[in-house]
Design a protein around this ligand. Structure first.
Ligand code: NAD
Length: 467
């Protein structure tokens, strides 16, 4: 069984880019900085490996991936420690242990999902059968917020469907992805799953490389646009999972105490650094004091600090630039007349990239904390009196990833949900993604979906046989 030390030693380099713990500033290790030459070599190897892998039956591929999932499960504690020390999310709560478990869960769910050929009756005794063939070699570029889990969202369906993949993690969180791939690769043929580490420009080189038949990207809308442009030169297929600015609408029939914890984790899972987490909360005036009061009470119970200390459930921002962005947006909100409802404490975090948990209301609708995607532990709360107005405000942004409606009335909640412009709308929860249900954004939150049958299909090309 791996320990934190043995797993780190297996994947870290002797020199290269320094990886720092965002909670303490301490050096965790170094990672290699791969070049375009390394990329060429990895693509060549991946192409050869894919040819053999595609010849295997689905059962053989599933068997290998299930063994790899068991391997991750057996070493989940060591992986979680790498995630915690590198990305900052605490071991406790829905944190690093949860993320390591999600790697296993997603791999197994990907194996359990069935994508069968589809038969179309053409009449006169003739039929067309749609087969889902592998795309070929896939390029994956992933972000720093849920590094191991999001890398799994890319490699698991790609491999299941007979492809190979070359992935680049974000510069701040390469070790979590290298460690995941190291465990998985113990059960896969060489060259199928390769992780290259390096700066954003290496991601640019991946998106422009003619060896990739598909690029799958999770990250910011800005980078997604650059990737789409580069990939268009080779007409590589694309899945883009981009930024969000999720709204939650609380209807006037709720009980504040019943929903407060769900609202809290909807907003602050991973200290707010989650693509589909609650970033704007619209609360009806009839229940405003009740809901806000209950939310503040929950917030008081949630300690922030170094995630290796099991009492902490909120951690630092993953890097200094995120810390500055969040501080800027919160300061701007305060300057625009925002009323701070709650500001948390940070225990022993003076060396890390922390920002205190902040709940704030009385903001003008155009405050940047409301209109821009903020990736941190701050939540603007907006009082509304007319649900049509709340829906209009929820839809007023360029992105459309997730949203939520909170109500005791399922029919009313479903009616409001249908009017929100977002790829996923949760009722009485937020961000509770599930590997069996498709997930993806609309508007500038990207295109394509991940998970479920649709997610598997995204790693295939149709071939239609007429007979
Ligand atoms: P980012 O776009 O800055 O970086 C993502 C990855 O792209 C990194 O690996 C980075 O090195 C690489 N990259 C940078 N420049 C590139 C270029 N020109 N070409 C190719 N690759 C390049 O995003 P981030 O800051 O790491 O992640 C946060 C963002 O990700 C947020 O906007 C968040 O909403 C989004 N996100 C979306 C989802 C989703 O499922 N929709 C999930 C998680 C995160």
């Amino acid at each position: 069984m791996e320990t934190f030390e043995s797993l780190l030693a297996a994947v870290a380099a002797d020199s290269g880019r320094e990886v720092l713990n965002p909670a303490t500033g301490e050096l965790i290790g170094h990672v290699a900085q791969h070049t375009e030459k390394d990329l060429d070599a990895a693509v060549e190897k991946a192409a050869a490996a894919q040819k053999e892998w595609a010849k295997k039956s689905d059962e053989e591929r599933v068997a290998a991936l299930m063994k790899a999932a068991d391997e991750v499960e057996q070493n989940a504690g060591a992986l979680a420690e790498i995630i915690c020390r590198e990305q900052g999310k605490p071991l406790s709560g829905p944190g690093a242990n949860f993320e390591a478990g999600a790697v296993v869960g997603w791999m197994r769910a990907t194996c359990a999902t069935e994508l069968k050929p589809e038969e179309i009756d053409l009449g006169d005794g003739k039929k067309a059968t749609v087969h889902h063939r592998p795309v070929g070699v896939v390029g994956g570029v992933n972000p720093w917020n849920w590094p191991a889990m999001i890398a799994t969202w890319q490699f698991a369906p790609a491999l299941r469907m007979g492809n190979s993949i070359v992935m680049k993690p974000a510069s701040d969180t390469p070790l979590s992805v290298l460690a995941t791939a190291y465990l998985v690769n113990k059960h896969l043929p060489e060259g199928l799953l390769t992780v290259l580490t390096g700066p954003g420009s290496l991601g640019g080189a991946i998106s422009a490389h003619p060896g990739f038949a598909k690029i799958t990207f999770t990250g910011s809308t800005e980078t997604g646009k650059k990737i789409a442009e580069a990939a268009s030169q080779n007409l590589a297929r694309l899945t883009l999972e981009l930024g969000g600015n999720d709204a939650g609408i609380v209807l006037p029939d709720v009980d504040g105490k019943e929903i407060a914890e769900g609202l809290f984790w909807g907003a602050f899972i991973n200290t707010g650094q989650t693509c589909a987490c609650l970033k704007r909360l619209y609360v009806h005036e009839d229940v405003y004091d009740d809901v806000v009061g209950a939310l503040v009470e929950v917030a008081k119970q949630m300690p922030m600090g170094d995630g290796m200390d099991e009492k902490n459930v909120l951690g630092p921002l993953t890097n200094e630039s995120q810390q500055k962005i969040v501080a800027d947006l919160v300061n701007d909100a305060k300057n625009r007349g925002g009323n701070v409802l709650f500001e948390g404490e940070v225990a022993g975090g003076d060396k890390g990239f922390f920002h205190p948990l902040t709940l704030i209301d009385s903001l003008p609708a155009d405050a940047r904390l409301i209109t821009e995607e903020q990736f941190g532990p701050a939540l603007p709360i907006i009082k509304y009196s007319d649900v049509d107005d709340a829906i209009e405000q929820a839809n007023s942004v360029e992105v459309g990833l997730g949203a939520s409606v909170w109500s005791k009335d399922p029919a009313k909640a479903a009616e409001v949900a249908a009017r929100i412009e977002a790829g996923t709308v949760w009722i009485n929860s937020h961000g509770t993604i599930n590997p069996m249900a498709p997930f993806g954004g609309i508007k500038q939150s990207g295109y394509g979906v991940e998970f479920g049958v649709e997610g598997l299909k995204a790693f295939t090309v149709p071939q239609v046989i007429h007979s």
